[in-house]
Design a protein around this ligand. Structure first.
Ligand code: ZN
Length: 149
């Protein structure tokens, strides 16, 4: 099995069985993200304990890429600090938009499965939706919605 098949399997798995797909009743932050290009919608729930993201989850509906991306993101960031989340956002954004050629997909572990969307510009926003939603939730807690446009 080559890496491309492996990455495809990760996306299919996380789309079929999204991790952390639930509501957090006592969330510190709740933010709705929308990608009008594809129709992807998600609600991101964050529970903060000081500087640490003690729990995060999502609900919503969208294409396989958007759901898998959100699933992978929540899995990766649980227990991380707000600073670490910001650093990971920058690396993922650099990877997916090709703005930062220095980001090696392999250094991102399972998240590298999303790197394939770079070949399909119209799908990049599907993959980055959850990341933009996360960033806005952390930096602008007063916001209730975010759109990729
Ligand atoms: Zn989509």
């Amino acid at each position: 099995m080559d890496m491309k098949d492996l990455y495809q399997d990760v996306i299919v798995d996380h789309n079929r069985n999204p991790r952390n797909f639930r509501k957090i009743a006592a969330a510190s932050r709740t933010l709705e993200g929308f990608n009008p290009l594809c129709g992807d919608k998600l609600i991101l729930y964050l529970k903060l304990e000081g500087e640490r993201i003690s729990d995060l989850s999502f609900e919503g509906s969208g294409c396989a890429i958007s759901v898998a991306s959100a699933s992978l993101m929540t899995e990766r960031l649980k227990g991380k600090t707000v600073t670490e989340a910001g650093q990971l956002f920058a690396r993922m954004h650099g990877l997916l938009t090709r703005e930062d050629a220095a980001v090696e997909p392999e250094s991102l572990g399972k998240l590298a499965a999303l790197a394939g969307v770079r070949e399909y510009p119209s799908r990049v926003k599907c993959a980055t939706l959850c990341w933009h939603t996360l960033k806005t939730a952390l930096e602008h807690p007063e916001n209730k919605t975010v759109s990729t446009e």
